[in-house]
Design a protein around this ligand. Structure first.
Ligand SMILES: NC(=O)c1ccc[n+]([C@@H]2O[C@H](COP(=O)([O-])OP(=O)(O)OC[C@H]3O[C@@H](n4cnc5c(N)ncnc54)[C@H](O)[C@@H]3O)[C@@H](O)[C@H]2O)c1
Length: 296
């Protein structure tokens, strides 16, 4: 049975552990949190998962590493130094980082050729995408193996041609979320109405076609060129940026709309997971043709 080491047992690490465990991997989870064993017993029961707080021990003899520790470069550098020292040549060291480029994480690391980003969308056990981002020192073999593993897990690995902070998914998300915060600050719309607006339009659209494909369709038989030259030519306005000093107002409004704490989190996560599961199969993300979501 192949062995995977998951580093970090937070939101993302626990979900990766479920995914690898359900796919038949023997899973080791490493995290210094004092409740690690309880967490594994509670969240990952019935799966082949072992809690190993000591990272060196968890890394020794493993076949693949999926790091999901804190998003702080000094912590990642230290974790990857330990991983480099305690894993065999050829073992892929993948980081779930949402934005830190691999060249930064691999700075001064003797195993830089084995370090790659394998960035999931939350929750990794359900969302098909994993962005595979090689750094300048990442070997082709490392990126190939990461793609192969994610594909075996039933994911859609998308390999970037080169690193860029935030990669592609979170660069797009940042622009979008900044505009959403700006619209709240400007008093144009409320939090829940904005979420409804997106769910009923862009969200549903982008679950079925990507933005370029949508551009092709929006132009009719004239395609995206027609759309760009006609409707698109009128979308000529400044979009503005949110006032960072006033982000507290936006966060207050979000908390008022959805609540905070464990009960609110559990309720919203269950709603999201149920809805996500309901659309994965009809959209072609599960079953025999899985892997490309039924691409045209
Ligand atoms: N939350 C998201 O939506 C999301 C999505 C995609 C990727 N990511 C990335 O995944 C990673 C984890 O994010 P998260 O949201 O699960 O964070 P989190 O705060 O929920 O979990 C981080 C875990 O790392 C543990 N940790 C701290 N020091 C450690 C160490 N030295 N060794 C091992 N574990 C240690 C903490 O105890 C904690 O359990 C980050 O790099 C983040 O950018 C997050």
């Amino acid at each position: 049975m192949a062995v995977v080491t998951i580093v970090g047992a937070g939101v993302i690490g626990v979900s990766w552990a479920r995914l690898f465990g359900a796919a038949g991997w023997e899973v080791r989870v490493s995290d210094p949190r004092p409740d690690l064993r309880d967490l594994v017993a509670r969240e990952l029961a019935d799966l082949p998962v072992t809690a190993l707080p000591d990272l060196a021990e968890a890394a020794t003899g493993t076949d693949f590493v999926q790091e999901a520790g804190p998003e702080r470069i000094e912590v990642k550098e230290q974790m990857f130094a330990t991983l480099a020292a305690h894993t065999a040549d050829g073992v892929v060291l993948a980081s779930s980082s949402s934005s830190l480029v691999p060249s930064l994480i691999a700075r001064g690391n003797p195993a830089a050729d084995r370090i790659v980003i394998g960035h999931p969308f939350n929750p990794p056990e359900l969302m098909p995408l994993v962005e595979v981002v090689p750094g300048p020192k990442t070997s082709g073999r490392t990126a190939d193996r990461a793609v192969e593993v994610y594909r075996e897990l039933g994911k859609l690995p998308v390999r970037l041609k080169k690193e860029i902070p935030g990669f592609v998914g979170n660069r797009l998300q940042k622009v979008f979320n900044d505009q959403a915060a700006y619209l709240i600050q400007q008093g144009v719309i409320d939090v829940e109405d904005l979420d409804d607006l997106v769910r009923a339009s862009l969200g549903l659209r982008w679950a079925t076609v990507g933005p370029f494909e949508s551009g092709v369709l929006g132009g009719g038989p004239g395609g995206m060129r027609h759309l760009t030259e006609h409707v698109g030519s009128q979308l000529d306005f400044e979009t503005g940026t949110p006032d960072r000093a006033r982000m507290g107002e936006v966060l207050d409004a979000v908390e008022q709309a959805y609540g905070t704490g464990e009960p609110a989190y559990e309720r919203l996560a269950a709603l999201r997971d149920g809805r996500t599961r309901a659309v994965l199969e009809p959209l072609g993300w599960t079953g025999p043709a899985s892997g490309d979501g039924g691409r045209a």
